[in-house]
Write a protein that binds this ligand. Structure first.
Ligand SMILES: C[S@@+](CC[C@H](N)C(=O)[O-])C[C@H]1O[C@@H](n2cnc3c(N)ncnc32)[C@H](O)[C@@H]1O
Length: 270
């Protein structure tokens, strides 16, 4: 598939979702503007103190997570290929008085476009599935890090993505699927507002197994610090999931499976 095909298709989908997400309860922009933050409890706990650290958020959407790191004292840059998302991120930054640099670019162009390195590369939560080449992504991440800096990735678990959408009981999708996966879900709205009417319903996505992601990062020269698997997720991934605050879990008594993972990998000192 030509690069332009997946980029054009996915960009149309993401551009259309920006105003829907801005208006959604899921993202609660008003709450953020009132002083809230959007990071999940485990993220600051696993990343540690970011005061004064230079952090870049790849695939930042309209920047609430990026700006949440700024509220915790980081010097932040956010990057996304959607102009509409970046415009919205800049507006939220202006309205909240938070300092941030937001840049429009494809992830793979980040080192060239940003022209600087960082203490922390932060990304995930529905990011890797949009990228065709995970080795190239790992090389991109590595070249954005100063020696001693680290990448922190929080992502939905690829094993959970093999299971049927209702009960999450039977293996339905191929864990080792290669090449683009083309989805068209006219009635699905968006994860942040399933009822929202949408026109751009086609997406071109890519499956990246856990071994593939870790191997890509270590091959690119990073040292794995930890890989944690989590028994909960952040949205109604399967209709049987039960909400406990911000976490969605399988009902009591069902054997647990990993629904998310987080990892940190460090660029060794030269
Ligand atoms: C699921 S969202 C990430 C969500 C984010 N963690 C959040 O909740 O705010 C995926 C983001 O990736 C961006 N994206 C997809 N493909 C991209 C690419 N090739 N380069 C840069 N950004 C991309 C989309 O515009 C979208 O904002």
């Amino acid at each position: 598939m030509a690069d332009a095909d997946y980029l054009r298709t996915n960009k149309a989908l993401w551009d259309e979702r920006v105003p829907i997400h801005l208006a959604s309860d899921f993202y609660d922009v008003a709450g953020f503007k009132a002083g809230g933050q959007t990071l999940r409890e485990f993220e600051p706990a696993e990343v540690g103190d970011v005061t004064g650290r230079r952090l870049v958020h790849l695939q930042c959407h309209f920047g609430l997570d990026t700006l949440s790191w700024a509220r915790r004292g980081a010097h932040v840059t956010g990057l996304d290929f959607s102009e509409k998302a970046v415009e919205a991120a800049r507006t939220v930054a202006d309205e909240t008085g938070l300092q941030a640099r937001f840049v429009v670019a494809d992830v793979y162009d980040a080192p060239m476009v940003l022209g600087e390195t960082y203490d922390i590369v932060y990304t995930g939560l529905g990011a890797l599935c949009w990228l065709p080449d995970i080795d190239r992504w790992a090389e991109t991440v590595t070249s954005l890090l100063r020696p001693g800096g680290f990448v922190y990735l929080a992502e939905f678990h690829p094993f959970a993505d093999t299971l049927d959408d209702e009960e999450g009981r039977s293996v339905t999708y191929d864990y080792f699927a290669e090449g683009p996966q083309i989805w068209d879900e006219p009635d699905a709205g968006s994860y942040a507002d399933p009822q929202a009417p949408v026109q751009h319903t086609r997406s071109i996505e890519f499956v990246h197994g856990l071994g593939e992601v870790v191997t890509a990062l270590t091959t690119a020269g990073l040292r794995l610090d930890f890989l944690h698997e989590h028994d909960h997720t952040l949205w109604q991934r399967f209709s049987v999931l039960e909400r406990h605050g911000p976490a969605y879990r399988l009902p009591e008594g069902r054997p647990r499976i990993p629904l998310m993972y987080t990892l940190r990998a460090t660029r060794p000192l030269d």
